[in-house]
Design a protein around this ligand. Structure first.
Ligand SMILES: Nc1ncnc2c1ncn2[C@@H]1O[C@H](COP(=O)(O)OP(=O)(O)O)[C@@H](O)[C@H]1O
Ligand SMILES: O=C(O)C1=C[C@@H](OP(=O)(O)O)[C@@H](O)[C@H](O)C1
Ligand SMILES: [Mg+2]
Length: 496
């Protein structure tokens, strides 16, 4: 038996306050798991939306839907608190940053890409043997990056002005700073640029960057304590022409964690780290600023371009959603697809179990309508979160029957796992984990599948024929080929 599903009365430690009236409430059983993906999604989504979640009204609604809504909100709030309290090492903001996209680690690409010009080195996800477009850089994006990178500034410089969020790009290419010296500070300022240009260190490239939100409150770079002496701001934003003596530096935001730049040690770098706020607000438009930078120091990538590429990249990397009847293998295939091709994996039922308890118990105690509401909310959170992009997301077999879920799926990369009764019979016979299949699993399965089939077909962007229990490697390769082709064709479409 799993843990018990929500029961009445005051909740404990779930972050929901001021509710509970003796009626059936779902709060008590809501146990946010600080490190759970859903907890992180809830926290990140909320932050990305830039505000506190709307709190449910006091009192307990009698409607299933409202109760479920409260439960989900409560868990989200609790999770946010738990995340903040228990895992301070996790970046505060989870708006996808280059650092987010680096979380699979990096490794050099094979020869062709590594042997690039002007000190530019490309890195690919460690989980793929090839520079797979679906995983990161496709050819088009790589070419764009390379052309933009010719003669760009150092990664340290870039890191100092990494856009904090996709929707709120920071002012860039600031004008010459006022002569006002920086106030002495005992520690590095919150957004700090670079180490000294002299005496280049042989330090290896860093593999992880703080997430965007972190940079607003925590020192980006702690290795080099700053001089308490006031330091003059640099005369102008800098760009570094390519030079012969390159040293590896941190990945830049431009590269989404997939590319590293071997930049020259010397050039127009500021003497000392300078807080961005000390540089003054830019008065030109980004385009003017870019032109100015280019004429001053040679071509460089502009944060506006960075953001646009980032957005395009994120758009092409939307989750791969698996749908299909019970026991089709959505969870099984999804797990392997993610493992083989380097995606993250999420399963809607697993998220529900982690958060609320066993599916069969939810059905038994609260009924199917209640489960569907939890399911809908869970799926919506994942699909609307900016965090999850290169993710495989398997749904429960009944999820697409909820109209609002079906509506959401229209915008996603939906893969339908097609099976027949013969294929699933050995998987469901004697298995009690799916309440809807009791007491005659095969009969029930057939009946339910017939009802749902047309919905699956309508939503499918790609249908994987999984009848007869094909080898897992073959099935996952087929899905991956579809995803790769789709993303490649999207990449070739002219940008709006
Ligand atoms: N292609 C397959 N080959 C072997 N076993 C499979 C295959 N697909 C699914 N299974 C097994 O069948 C059971 C149900 O699969 P699951 O992935 O949970 O289905 P779903 O998520 O679609 O309900 C699991 O025990 C799983 O390991
Ligand atoms: O088809 C359904 O209605 C259901 C499918 C199950 O998931 P799987 O499809 O992963 O078995 C689970 O969500 C629940 O038992 C209801
Ligand atoms: Mg499943």
């Amino acid at each position: 038996m799993g843990r018990v599903v929500p029961l009445p009365a005051e909740s404990e430690g779930c972050g929901a306050k001021g509710r509970g009236s003796g009626e059936v409430s779902v709060e008590q059983g809501v146990r946010p798991v600080a490190s759970s993906p859903l907890a992180r999604i809830a926290a990140a989504t909320q932050r990305a939306r830039g505000g506190a979640s709307p709190r449910p009204e006091s009192g307990v609604s009698e409607s299933v839907s409202a109760a479920a809504e409260q439960a989900v909100e409560a868990a989200g709030a609790g999770a946010r608190e738990a995340v903040e309290r228990e895992d301070s090492s996790r970046p505060a903001s989870r708006v996808p940053t280059p650092a987010d996209l680096m979380r699979f680690g990096t490794r050099p690409l094979p020869a062709a890409a590594a042997a690039n010009t002007q000190g530019v080195r490309l890195y690919a996800s460690s989980v793929s043997e090839d520079a797979d477009p679906a995983l990161g850089l496709d050819e088009d994006l790589r070419l764009k990056l390379l052309s933009a990178l010719q003669g760009m500034g150092t990664a340290e410089e870039e890191s100092g002005k990494e856009p904090a969020t996709a929707e709120a790009p920071k002012p860039t290419a600031p004008k010459p700073a006022p002569a006002k010296p920086a106030a002495p500070k005992p520690v590095a300022p919150s957004v700090v640029a670079t180490p000294k240009p002299a005496a280049p260190k042989p330090a290896p490239p860093k593999q992880a960057q703080p997430a965007a939100g972190e940079s607003a409150s925590a020192p980006v770079q702690e290795a080099e304590p700053q001089s308490p002496e006031p330091q003059p701001a640099p005369a102008a934003p800098v760009a570094v022409p390519a030079a012969e003596h390159a040293k590896p530096v941190r990945p830049t935001p431009a590269l989404f964690g997939k590319v590293q730049v071997a930049a020259p040690a010397e050039a127009c770098m500021p003497e000392e780290p300078v807080a961005l706020e000390e540089l003054g607000a830019p008065e030109e438009t980004p385009a003017e600023a870019l032109a100015e930078d280019e004429s001053a120091c040679g071509a460089r990538i502009h944060p506006q371009q960075v953001r646009e590429m980032h957005e395009n990249f994120a758009e092409r990397s939307r989750p791969i959603v698996l749908i299909g009847p019970m026991a089709a293998g959505k969870t099984y295939i999804g797990t392997h697809l993610a493992r083989f091709y380097g995606y993250e994996f999420l399963d809607a039922d697993q998220l529900i179990v982690e958060r609320y308890g066993e599916v069969s118990e939810i059905f038994e105690i609260f009924g199917e309508a209640y489960f569907r509401e939890l399911e809908r909310k869970t799926i919506e959170e994942v699909l609307t979160s900016p965090v999850y992009r290169n993710t495989v997301f398997s749904l429960g077999g009944g999820a697409p029957m909820t109209d609002s879920v079906a509506e959401l799926l229209k915008d996603e990369c939906v893969v339908y796992i097609l099976v027949d009764a013969d294929t699933v019979t050995p998987r469901i016979t004697g298995n009690k984990t799916r309440p809807l299949l009791q007491p005659n699993p095969v009969e029930r399965w057939t009946e339910i599948f017939e009802r749902r089939r047309s919905r699956y077909e309508e939503l499918a962007h790609f249908t994987l024929d999984a009848r007869g229990g094909r080898p897992i490697t073959e099935m996952t390769a087929e899905i991956q080929a579809y995803v790769t082709a789709t993303r490649a064709s999207r990449a070739q479409r002219p940008q709006a």
